[in-house]
Write a protein of this length. Structure first.
Length: 95
């Protein structure tokens, strides 16, 4: 049976590099989480994690979980920039 594209490790690594490059162009810390998830799946396929290369649902779950964990960690490390979100604590019509 021919190997499917989603089960080739270097495809995931190239995808991670492309997502990382897009993060530089449009910095929002969202694509970086996906890049880390793709890198994790690519390294898992390269290492030969049992069952990972034969199951698209398992690859999808691993990718989603790694991306979410990476996004949470990156968000905690970087945080929200000062002045990025304006919180109103007083209404102008309240006098």
């Amino acid at each position: 049976m021919p190997e499917m594209v989603w089960s080739i490790w270097w495809v995931w690594i190239i995808g991670a590099l492309l997502l990382g490059a897009l993060e530089v162009v449009a910095p929002a810390q969202i694509l970086l989480g996906f890049a880390v998830g793709a890198l994790g799946v690519g390294l898992g396929l390269l290492a030969g994690v049992p069952g990972l290369s034969t199951s698209l649902p398992l690859i999808s779950i691993v990718f989603a979980a790694l991306s979410l964990i990476a996004w949470i960690v990156i968000r905690r490390m970087v945080g929200v920039r000062e002045g990025q979100v304006k919180v109103w604590d007083r209404d102008i019509n309240e006098d």
